[in-house]
Design a protein around this ligand. Structure first.
Ligand code: NAP
Length: 259
């Protein structure tokens, strides 16, 4: 299918690895010009060069912390007017509800809620003025069903979800759609860290920990960042203009709910 976004300019935050990279690749495959971002310049430059070479598109790489106001300003300056925004960053750390203090909550809110909101506030007015735009926020299945050790994520991402629910309906008439993608377990560096922790906790090896985790997913496997990216690219396509303010689970059926 031709997604009809060749030549559009896309900013994909936190995209040198994992789900962000999957989104960057799928948008590049659709012919978008990319602005990619991550904190470490080495892996980011390597990913940008590989994507530019593979798909023959222009890629600008900006090494900066997207959750830091100065880093974000640098990314926004390099990005200029974009047609497509994919927000993403590292997730809040695990822990227990009784241990987090105000500072922990402020950090989680900054990263998982206020950063995507600031990016939308900076870039959506231009999209609305030009009459076309797409925003996809990478959130988590934790907004549909809580993940117990991830209380900071459950809370902060729910705040973003509430903001998007209203805002998406305020910008849709100007041709701008805002939707959230909710990943379940995907095979990325982040999940490897969690698998290692699970293996250590249970006294098993990492492969056994992965198999145990996959067993709890109806699809009996982890998601792949490539398939995640393709869903993102479809939401950013010209065909997806009637999808407004939705929360789309990509979790192999792990979240049990009827609708
Ligand atoms: P990942 O494989 O660890 O990749 C994270 C990417 O984001 C890297 O490119 C990293 O590069 C960049 N990054 C992290 N923090 C950043 C920041 N503050 N500013 C700019 N770039 C940043 O992680 P992932 O699995 O793709 O996860 C992406 C998001 O989805 C996270 O918020 C995660 O909580 C959420 N999620 C993931 C899963 C899953 O199964 N993978 C499930 C649910 C939710 P640098 O380190 O160089 O900055």
């Amino acid at each position: 299918m031709d997604l009809k976004i060749a030549g559009k300019r896309a900013l994909v935050c936190a995209s040198s690895k994992g789900l962000g990279r999957g989104c960057a690749e799928a948008l590049a495959e659709a012919g978008c010009t990319l602005v990619m971002n991550a904190r470490s310049a080495g892996p980011l430059d390597a990913a940008a060069a590989e994507i530019a070479e593979t798909y023959g598109v222009e890629v600008t790489a900006v090494a900066a912390d997207i959750t830091d106001p100065e880093g974000r300003a640098a990314v926004l300056e390099a990005a200029g007017d974009v047609d497509i925004l994919v927000t993403n960053a590292g997730g809040p750390p695990p822990g227990n509800w009784s241990d987090w203090d105000r500072g922990d909550f402020i950090d989680a809110l900054d990263g998982a809620m206020l950063t995507p909101i600031a990016l939308m506030q900076a870039l959506m007015p231009g999209m609305m003025a030009r009459g076309w735009g797409r925003v996809v926020n990478i959130t988590s299945r934790s907004v549909k069903a809580p993940i117990l050790p991830l209380g900071l994520s459950n809370a902060a991402r729910s705040g973003l979800t509430g903001f998007v629910a209203g805002t998406a309906r305020q910008v849709a008439a100007q041709g701008v759609t805002v939707n959230n993608l909710l990943p379940g377990v995907h095979a990325t560096a982040r999940i490897e860290v969690l698998d290692k922790a699970l293996a250590a906790e249970k006294g098993i090896d990492q492969a056994a920990a992965r198999a145990q985790r996959a067993e709890g997913i109806p699809a009996k496997r982890y998601g792949d960042p490539g398939e995640f990216g393709k869903m993102c690219a479809f939401l950013c396509s010209d065909h997806a203009g009637f999808i407004v303010g939705q929360n789309i689970l990509l979790d192999g059926g792990e979240t049990f709910s009827t609708i």
